[in-house]
Design a protein around this ligand. Structure first.
Ligand SMILES: C[S+](C)CC[C@H](N)C(=O)O
Ligand SMILES: N[C@@H](CCS)C(=O)O
Ligand SMILES: [Zn+2]
Length: 348
């Protein structure tokens, strides 16, 4: 087994910042595996998250469950784990009576729980000969403004007439600073539903001189456009202007939309394509529950995933209601075929 050597993600050279993720994907055999649904896995372990803070409530009440879920996904073969900060925001915590300082500590904690789990898992593999795991990266989750609103608007993109570019930048700024200072390898912007928020993120990464690579993932309801109705061509044009965004794609949309979106995104950008759809169930933002619809078995999910990889996706995982079992199978399928295609087993 060779030693994984990647470009330095904290470099001052923006090309190398993007190169770090590209190297990682390449050394994973052309496609790296992201973890699966985080909040929904916390729920499977008994966490009660029907709350405006959703999974971020566990940062206060059940941090041990967060570590447990990270470890489950690492054992399942995830090359990248995503932190529990999707709906962890300073205004969200403050509205629950916490101070700014306590809120910032919780954001730091979300990164530390993930990096500690990654380091613990990696250490535990030291004496295991010929294992095929890679040392995982930690991506700090930055949920959309709509996620914070907790009204399902990350799936419709309508933030109201009073929300402009500066308001969105102000909303994201301090959380972004705290997360970056906490030492993740990447930033994962998730379920972005419109062009305005994309613009806010791209400007903020520049203004804050963020030196770790980011991915930006959109949600979609019709499988064609962003939830706001704006075209992905328009949204990705904004992403393409950024030297700090290494990957762009889709998360938390149904699996059946993903193949044509990967094909479309490949035409729109040279960045890495990242996809991690949900199980195919639909979120009822008012009742705060998942409605059964076209739910995919792990087998079906994996058949589709090889098509996404073959269409050019470089990062593939699962979102809500996918589980460690989905990721275990995904990892086997994607890594098995990468052995066949490039002759190397892993990048450890
Ligand atoms: C990705 S959705 C299922 C997350 C939860 C939503 N923001 C809510 O709070 O209702
Ligand atoms: N990373 C988040 C995304 C929710 S859409 C989670 O898996 O809970
Ligand atoms: Zn999701």
């Amino acid at each position: 087994m060779g030693v994984l050597q990647l470009s330095d993600p904290n470099t001052t050279d923006e090309n190398a910042t993007i190169g770090f993720l590209q190297d990682f994907v390449e050394k994973a055999g052309g496609c790296a595996v992201i973890d699966g649904g985080f909040a929904t896995q916390l729920e499977l372990h008994g966490a009660s998250i029907k709350d405006p803070l959703w999974s971020a409530l566990c940062l206060i009440n059940n941090p041990h469950l967060i570590s447990k879920v990270h470890l489950e996904y690492l054992e399942a073969g995830a090359d990248i784990i995503v932190t529990s900060s999707y709906q962890a925001t300073l205004p969200g915590f403050i509205s629950r009576g916490l101070s700014q300082q306590q809120g910032e500590k919780l954001l730091e904690k979300s990164v530390k729980l993930a990096t500690d789990a990654r380091d613990l898992f990696w250490e535990s593999l030291k004496n295991i000969a010929n294992h095929t795991y890679n040392r995982a990266l930690v991506a700090a989750s930055v949920g959309s403004y709509g996620a914070y609103l907790a009204d399902g608007s990350e799936y419709n993109g309508f933030y109201g007439d009073d929300v402009d570019l500066n308001k969105l930048k102000d909303f994201h700024r301090r959380r972004l600073q705290v997360l970056v200072e906490s030492g993740p390898d990447l930033l994962a912007f998730e379920t972005i539903p419109n062009k305005l928020e994309t613009q806010a993120i791209v400007e903020l990464l520049e203004e804050e001189d963020v030196r770790i690579p980011s991915w930006i993932c959109f949600s979609t309801i019709d499988g064609v456009n962003a939830p706001s109705g704006e075209s992905f061509a328009d949204c990705i044009q904004v992403v393409n202007t950024s030297r700090r965004v290494a990957a762009v794609g889709i998360n938390c949309a149904p699996p059946q939309f993903v193949h044509s979106l990967v094909q479309n995104f490949k035409k729109l950008t040279a960045k890495v394509i990242v996809v991690y759809p949900n199980s195919g169930e639909t979120w009822d933002g008012v009742a705060k529950r998942w409605l059964p619809s076209k739910c995919f078995s792990d087998d079906k999910f994996n058949v589709l995933a090889t098509r996404w990889r073959d269409a050019g996706a470089g990062l593939i995982g699962g979102c809500c209601r996918t589980t460690p079992s989905t990721i275990r199978d995904l990892s086997k399928v994607l890594k098995k075929s990468s052995v066949a295609s490039n002759g190397t087993k892993d990048m450890v």
